[in-house]
Design a protein around this ligand. Structure first.
Ligand code: MGD
Ligand code: MGD
Ligand code: SF4
Ligand code: MO
Length: 741
């Protein structure tokens, strides 16, 4: 049987896959050795994508809620009724009553822009996003220091000889391509140093040369200590600071006289070891990269800020072997009065988006412009976002909840209308640009056929946009050019159409989906086309370096190369030496170390005040790490529990000493209680846990085939346990554990 090329959609790495298909079922999966990104790597989740693709929860037809049941209706009726209801709501309450909610549900990004554009074109900027429940703090910090909230960092793994992973567990969660393979190699290399900062002895910490088993929630003290040590020892990079940073002298008082020894005692860390880590970090080709342990931890946004300062004073930002920058562009700035702020919770747009944790409050209040309609796409807020109970109440109050899904999720079950989508294996999908130094693109076709009336994500939102009158009249000539199969001619006609009016240009994505989509048989396939017609000057130069000469044919030859290489193809080469100037977008192109917004806070990070804040309520003496990402979950995207048969998948991990004190034995059912609610699950006694901290995975408590599997971690998280940009403190949830029976 032949192997078909596709790619995994169960995490952001999007590894290349090859699958065998029998009777329209994926029956065998292997890693695609031809994939330039994953080079044959595949993890347990990828090998099990069939469970994601084929399951009894798959949606086949549009559904409408009638009473407390769903009825099957036609697409025409669905789109017509949604448009009519939406028009009514907008006419009565204004555009601010509408929000989109976009999830991480589909790590194939071709269609993500469609729901966002749809809402924007209707005059609302309320786009809530999964990204803003993890990265808001980082976006905020990068906006202040680097000049754009959209700047991302990526470790130069191959070229660093020291890597610090702080609050990140890639042996389980990956979060960079081929992570286990590469970390194991690094761990064995005597010339490379791996440092892991994690309260638990994680799968990654086991590989580390140095494991800093930090007390949960104290990373701000550690980062401040590290900066203070480096400044005191004079081992900062004077040349780099002089050339690339502003405000160095103004931040010195933040760290002067800081009691590092007392601080590290609060962190429960050894001074000499931290001192050694600082010395190595300041003098080697070092890189430091954080993740949810920091991003969803106490002081989330400020920790991201300190991470920039630490890297900048050591000259490790935007240099080979350090962290590269990419992105830029979106510049929503919380200091700009034009930036929208949520009405009740007063959260500014961060990187143009809003955090899901405040959505229930934005629905529940009495403001005349409160949210009344939500379009939810590839997200499962009822399991994924903080405080399921708050979400249940809020979503029941909506006048219109539309959920575009591949499965009958817990959120879809509450919707007024459910729109069935094709999965990424039934659609054209891909990535217009992956990687930093070498940029790859990939577009691959469907490997199985949809067995119902499902449509591609982008097509659905194009139909809705049309029904709402958001697509201007399209000349016949454009349709004809699309049908002719001559992409050159189509590109020309499209260019003319866009030049004709601003309205036309603004609707280009929908127009392409509506004209080229049917001609190519896929709105997704069509949607990539304008991306290559509208390349920025930088992208044109990058493409030229990758062998696509600049000129009028460049866009088309890129498009063709992508079509010819379903495993991915090199489309750009970036110059690492120019990374800083190409990305830092502050006015003088320097990293801004000093910003008045953080001054007060940084001063308050001291051992005495932190110790006082860390003092626990007698009612909730343990800290719950609410949502481990491990190889038995894929957020909520793996609904069929059969893929974890005979595994202990959803347990509460607890240290032996805590278990003993509470009289808990292994495999016993226990109850976890927090301010938000309670859940019951099986205890797993584990020495890898830290005393005082219990650990529960995320992505369980799913209702599948009439049965609920595992416990829902977000029944335990309170939506108000968040920081000032709305990031949930999922890594620091006070709780208690009770025995049952
Ligand atoms: N307590 C706690 N909660 C957490 C976390 C935590 O650590 N702790 N982690 C959080 C993190 S980091 C993330 S990113 C979020 C992710 O949470 P979500 O944004 O909800 O993402 P997923 O659970 O991956 O998928 C959501 C839905 O997308 C659907 N889907 C999959 N593919 C497609 C498609 O092609 N089209 C459409 N329309 N739908 C599709 C799936 O069926 C699923 O129901 O969860 C977060 N939730
Ligand atoms: N198998 C699998 N892989 C996944 C996912 C999945 O659901 N399953 N989801 C994907 C997604 S959307 C994301 S965002 C990533 C998340 O990837 P990660 O962020 O690597 O995943 P986490 O399990 O949250 O791991 C964070 C680590 O932080 C540690 N930690 C907890 N509290 C603290 C603290 O106070 N300080 C410090 N320094 N560390 C702390 C935890 O012990 C944990 O080991 O994973 C992705 N990959
Ligand atoms: S690391 Fe695993 S889950 Fe992530 S894309 Fe690759 S195979 Fe899929
Ligand atoms: Mo995530």
């Amino acid at each position: 049987m032949s192997w078909k090329k596709t790619s995994c959609v169960l995490c952001g790495n999007r590894c290349g896959l090859e699958v065998q298909v029998e009777d329209n079922r994926i029956v065998k999966v292997r890693g695609d050795k031809d994939s330039p990104i994953s080079e044959g790597y595949v993890c347990r989740k990828g090998l099990n994508v069939a469970y994601h693709q084929h399951n009894t929860d798959r949606l086949q037809y549009p559904l409408k809620k009638v009473g407390d049941r769903f009825e099957r209706i036609s697409w025409e009726q669905t789109i017509g009724e949604i448009a009519e209801k939406l028009k009514g709501i907008l006419a009565q309450h204004g555009p601010r009553s509408l929000a989109s909610m976009v999830g991480g549900g589909e790590f194939a990004f071709l269609s993500i822009g469609f729901p966002v554009r749809f809402v924007r074109r209707l005059g609302s900027r309320w786009n809530y996003s999964a990204a803003n429940q993890e990265f808001s703090g980082r976006y905020w910090a990068h906006g202040l220091t680097l000049g754009s909230q959209n700047i991302q960092m990526e470790e130069d793994f191959e070229n660093c000889d020291m890597l610090i992973l702080i609050g990140k567990n890639p042996m389980m969660a990956h979060h960079f391509p081929q992570a286990p393979r590469r970390l194991q190699k690094m761990s064995k290399d005597p010339d490379r140093l791996l440092v892991v900062v994690d309260p638990r002895l994680t799968e990654t910490a086991r590989l580390a040369d140095i494991h800093l088993a930090i007390r949960p929630g104290t990373d701000a003290l550690l980062l401040k200590s590290m900066i203070a040590i480096i400044l005191n020892e004079g081992i900062y990079n004077k040349d780099y600071i002089a050339q690339h940073a502003d405000g160095f002298n103004k931040i010195l008082p933040w760290f002067a006289g800081f009691d590092v020894r007392a601080a590290l005692k609060v962190c429960d860390l050894d001074y000499d070891t931290v001192f050694r880590v600082c010395r190595e970090f300041a003098t080697r080709r070092s890189s430091i990269i954080d993740d949810l342990g920091i991003l969803m931890g106490r002081h989330s946004a400020f920790n991201s800020y300190l991470l920039v300062v630490l890297q900048a004073i050591c000259g490790r930002l935007a240099v080979p072997g350090g962290n590269y920058l990419h992105g830029g562009g979106t510049r929503s700035d919380p200091r700009d009065p034009k930036v929208w702020r949520t009405l009740l919770t007063d959260i500014p747009a961060i990187n143009g988006m809003f955090p899901p944790n405040v959505l229930p409050e934005e629905i529940m209040h009495d403001h005349p412009e409160r949210l009344r309609a939500v379009l939810c796409w590839a997200a499962n807020p009822l399991r994924s976002y903080a405080d399921t109970t708050a979400y249940e109440k809020a979503f029941q109050k909506l006048d219109l909840l539309v959920v575009a899904e591949i499965a009958m999720s817990e959120t879809a079950a509450l919707a007024h209308y459910v729109l069935p989508c094709k999965t990424a294996f039934e659609s054209w999908e891909g990535d217009p640009g992956m990687g930093f130094e070498k940029v790859y693109a990939r577009l691959r076709g469907p490997v199985v056929e949809a067995e119902g009336e499902q449509k591609e994500n982008a097509e659905i939102f194009t139909l809705l946009a049309d029904a709402m009158g958001l697509i201007p009249p399209i000349p016949d000539a454009l349709y004809e050019a699309a049908k002719s199969g001559d992409l050159n001619a189509y590109g020309q006609k499209l260019g003319e159409f866009m030049m004709a009016s601003r309205e036309n240009a603004a609707a280009v994505h929908f127009v392409v989906a509506k004209t080229l989509g049917p001609a190519l048989g896929s709105a997704h396939l069509a949607s990539i086309f304008p991306l290559f017609m509208l390349l920025s000057k930088d992208r044109q130069e990058e493409a030229a370096r990758a062998g696509f000469p600049a000129g009028p044919d460049q866009g088309l030859s890129l498009y063709r190369a992508i079509m010819d290489h379903p495993q991915g193809v090199l489309i750009g080469i970036r110059d690492p030496e120019k990374n800083l100037e190409a990305n830092v977008s502050t006015k003088n192109k320097k990293i801004q170390l000093y910003n008045p917004e953080v001054e007060d806070w940084i001063r308050k990070i001291n051992p005495a005040e932190e110790e006082a804040q860390l003092k626990q309520d007698a009612n909730f003496p343990l800290i719950l790490m609410a949502g481990k990402h491990m190889d038995m979950n894929a957020n909520t995207a793996m609904r069929d529990p059969a893929w974890n048969k005979n595994r202990r998948a959803c347990t509460l991990a607890i240290h032996p000493a805590d278990a003993e004190a509470l009289g808990i034995i292994d495999k016993q059912m226990v109850k976890v209680v927090t301010e938000a609610g309670e859940e019951t699950l099986e205890a797993e006694i584990s020495k890898d846990c830290r005393k005082g901290q219990v650990v529960m995975p995320q992505g369980f408590g799913l209702f599948y085939d009439g049965v609920t599997y595992g416990a829902n971690v977000n029944r335990l998280t309170k939506n108000t346990n968040r920081d000032f940009v709305g990031t949930p403190m999922h890594r620091y949830v006070p709780c208690r554990v009770e025995t049952i029976g």
